[in-house]
Design a binder for this molecule. Structure first.
Ligand SMILES: *Cc1c(COP(=O)(O)O)cnc(C)c1O
Length: 373
């Protein structure tokens, strides 16, 4: 079976370096808030092109703490509306509701599946205070258009960049467009730790200071607590793992692009809709880092079975939209036809920096051999 993602093979590429880094941490005797974390924060901020990077425990908390920080600063208050794509991973929505803010779900752009500027503008009310664009599947949302809307309506912008490390448009990377951005380093993300980890990037000095305190019991200074904070810290061990992997990101992105292009050029089956990228210009080329390669098909279950029969493991991102989740059962009445269609039709093909060329070919062949009934 061609695995959907071979994490073992990905990390095996750097085994010696990872072991050396882990040994360095073990021998240091210092495991929380030390040199590895501050070095990684600096390196990741430089990578994204931002002033600050604040390490946190995971991607969900990167998003939750940023909204919380804006509340502490008085820039958001209970009940304020936050515009967010209806077809996102649940974490984007949890970060909003955890803060007693009101998510306003909008239908995605039909081509990119990202937050649609037109639908965003139409969703703005007198209570709108922020938007949370998600760079879904690794492709940057239309940030120039969204930032223009944000500026005109004085909205705060929090990028959910959990799937888009290194994606860039007009030479600006994911994480450097909004007022802040949340990243996840969950092991299966493009830049993955060997456990849970996350970070926030921003150019806002004051926000960075509030965030550092919030994730550390609300404390700027030992035993002095300005906020009712939480414990959400990136630890030395994961920071050390990430420092090994960050310098290899561009190479890994290039390998993912190679797989994506082999699929785009090789899959010829009218019953399958391939992902549409913003275009073929080199600018648009850099806007997608292919965290996931997602196709659409009317008879998804049949296709998934066919691919499994041909030795290809696939996954569904995501089978149930947030407004149909038990957790949000009071939203059942809301209708998002495009979002609902996506959740019924999407299928993610294997993609990863170590996927062998012969496996890519096998996936293409299996896709081309499938016939709609
Ligand atoms: C993975 C992910 C998150 C959450 O990250 P964790 O580190 O797993 O908490 C948030 N948003 C999106 C879009 C994600 O894919």
């Amino acid at each position: 079976m061609i695995p959907f993602l071979d994490l073992k093979a990905i990390n095996a590429q750097y085994r010696d370096e990872l072991v050396a880094a882990a040994t360095r941490v073990i021998d240091s005797g210092w495991y929380i808030q030390g040199q590895e974390v501050s070095a990684f924060e600096q390196e990741f901020a430089d990578y994204c092109g931002t002033q600050h990077c604040i390490g946190v425990a995971n991607g969900l908390e990167a998003l939750t703490l940023t909204l919380r920080a804006w509340k502490e600063q008085g820039r958001l208050k209970d009940g304020d509306e936050v515009i967010v794509p209806a077809n996102t991973y649940i974490a984007s929505i949890l970060a909003i509701t955890e803060n007693c803010l009101t998510p306003v779900l909008v239908e995605p752009d039909e081509a990119s599946y990202n937050l649609c500027p037109k639908n965003t503008e139409a969703a703005i009310t007198s209570r709108s205070r922020a938007m949370l664009p998600v760079h879904l599947y690794g492709q940057l949302a239309d940030m120039p258009a969204l930032m223009d809307i944000a500026e005109r309506h004085k909205l705060l912008v929090l990028e959910d960049a959990a799937q888009a490390h290194g994606a860039s448009l007009n030479d600006r990377k994911a994480g450097s467009w909004g007022h802040a951005a949340g990243f996840s380093f969950y092991p299966g993300k493009n830049l993955g730790a060997l456990g849970d980890a996350g970070a926030i990037t921003t150019n806002d000095d004051e926000l960075a200071t509030v965030l550092r305190a919030l994730g550390n019991y609300g404390s700027h200074k030992k035993y002095e607590n300005r906020y009712q904070g939480v414990n959400s810290r990136l630890d030395e061990m994961q920071a050390a793992m990430l420092r090994v992997k960050l310098p290899h990101q561009e190479k890994e992105i290039a390998a993912r692009r190679q797989v994506a292009h082999a699929y785009i050029n090789g899959i010829k089956n009218d019953a399958l809709t391939l992902p549409l990228t913003l275009g073929t210009s080199s600018l648009a080329f850099h806007s997608h880092v292919w965290h996931l390669f997602v196709i659409r098909c009317q008879q998804r279950e049949d296709l998934q079975q066919h691919l499994a029969d041909h030795g290809v493991q696939t996954l569904i991102h995501y089978p149930i939209p947030p407004h149909h989740q038990q957790a949000y059962r009071n939203w059942q009445e809301q209708n998002f036809p495009e979002t609902e269609a996506l959740h019924k039709q999407v299928l993610s093909l294997p993609i990863g920096p170590t996927l062998a060329e012969e496996h890519t070919k096998q996936v293409v062949k299996a896709c081309n051999a499938w016939k709609a009934s």
